[in-house]
Design a protein around this ligand. Sequence first.
Ligand code: GH3
Ligand code: MG
Ligand code: MG
Ligand code: MG
Ligand code: MG
Length: 308
Amino acid sequence: MFIDEYISGVAPVKGKILLVDDQVVNIKILHQLLQDDYDIFMARDGQQAIDMCKKVNPDIVLLDIEMPMMNGFDVCAHLKNDPDTEDIAIIFVSGHFDEEKEVKGFQLGAVDFIHKPINPVITKTRVKNQIMLKSQTDLLRTIALLDALTGVANRRKFEQTLPICWLQCARDKHPLTIIMLDIDFFKHFNDNYGHAEGDRCLRIVAQKIQDTVNRPYDLVARYGGEEFICILPNTDAIGGTYVAQQIVDSILSLKITHENSDVSDFVTISAGVATITPRGDSSYQDLVKAADKQLYLSKDRGRNRVIG
Ligand code: GH3
Ligand code: MG
Ligand code: MG
Ligand code: MG
Ligand code: MG
């Protein structure tokens, strides 16, 4: 998906709010106030609140402080300590103004406070402001990791993802494969058809690679100008070479005319594949270097091919 589509695609999504209070009457008041503008979820105690956060990933939690068993502060601390829930905005709903409690709430990571009895205008405005902030932050986070031209992940996303995959594969003793890809004679393509056509070609090629590499935990990223890189966790050398060959074949099958290529009448891509089961004496940088070396060999041995 391209960034413009992404932005227009996410804009109309309704915010999700989780209401947490041990008193049903309090939940009812908030529910009535917010139900027209947001998707509302409810929890009656702390543990339920945590479970709901994991399940529905709300944008905001309106969190009562005084609750039996687990109070609001404990719930907040718990949510902020879990990477899966740490980005959820928490607004405390407290009985009356108490400076000490408010300070504690903010220190635990809450974004705002609302006091009972609920004032409709204040509550709606505070919720709206936080929802706006949250959706803008989410959007920026997403955009920051996408390549603007092609819509696939960018180099930053690749650099974030590789160490995580490396550790996971090391822990599980699973092989990890990297595929490096580079479009053949792309300089000639630009020279012949112009930079705008070159950009269009890059988009089409990127989307084709993305469509070909489609397991949910694989990553396709634009690595540089006309270079792409794939991370394939839990994939051995045979599997990695197979995927790389599928990519190479699928790019040729696009039949994008390239008169000035020395390889074919159409745009082609070269691939280098490297696989390792991560251990202490190896590094992911070495794995990338190995894939790059194989790509170099692929270029050297005629392009439009896989060397693994
Ligand atoms: P090889 O087969 O050896 O890879 O040859 P090549 O011509 O593809 O390699 P080279 O590194 O000489 O040229 C890469 C070209 O990619 C040059 C550059 O103009 C083009 N390129 C890089 N980024 C972009 C981009 O964002 N848009 C367009 N249109 N072209 C780009
Ligand atoms: Mg209460
Ligand atoms: Mg290149
Ligand atoms: Mg080059
Ligand atoms: Mg190239």
